[in-house]
Design a protein around this ligand. Structure first.
Ligand SMILES: [Fe+2]
Length: 182
């Protein structure tokens, strides 16, 4: 639900992330219903792009702020490791052709992992973040801007998986200099 400020039109951070979650779950459903491997390949590609941008925005902007604002490092560590597992699965899926027998199996496992992660975020992390004194409008605004940048980079083919990791590292390094996160 968007947080009302009366002045800004920006979507609050949590609502922005929930919109992404809905989009990706919709793509998972489409994948399940698809029969042609070429269709599955296209849907998987779209879902992976969504997931990569979403995870990067969370890791660069949302997670450090939430980690600093709530007293639950275990929850944050778990979320980070879940992203890591998703990254590994994406890497394996990208190495396969949609015609490969393992493609659907791996993508299905990816979808199950992501759905579990979404549930934990929506049922545990987001409520905790909402209880903390975070400026969700400002966070949402920054995340929306970063998301547009990353989508543009991917569209222009500059945000390869490795490239995106390097940038993610830089983003974290920048954040380290302004606030301590553990
Ligand atoms: Fe996440």
């Amino acid at each position: 639900m968007a947080i009302q400020t009366g002045t800004k039109q920006a979507v609050g951070a949590v609502e922005l992330l929930k919109q992404d979650h809905r989009k990706v779950k919709e793509l998972f459903k489409e994948f399940e219903q698809a029969e042609e491997s070429s269709t599955k390949g296209e849907i998987a590609e779209k879902a992976i792009k969504e997931l990569q941008v979403h995870s990067q925005v969370e890791e660069e902007i949302f997670y450090p702020e939430v980690r600093a604002a709530i007293d639950d490092p275990e929850l944050m560590n778990e979320a980070k490791e879940e992203h890591h597992v998703v990254d590994l699965l994406i890497e394996e899926i990208q190495a396969l052709s949609p015609d490969d027998d393992a493609f659907t199996a791996k993508f299905t496992v990816l979808a199950e992992n992501v759905k579990h992660h979404i549930e934990e975020e929506e049922n545990e992390m987001f409520p905790e973040a909402q209880k903390a004194r975070l400026d969700m409008q400002d966070l949402g605004q920054r995340m929306a801007e970063r998301k547009q940048e990353l989508l543009a980079e991917i569209t222009h083919g500059r945000n390869s998986r490795n490239g995106s990791k390097a940038r993610r590292g830089n983003g974290n390094a920048r954040r380290h200099s302004v606030r301590s996160k553990r």
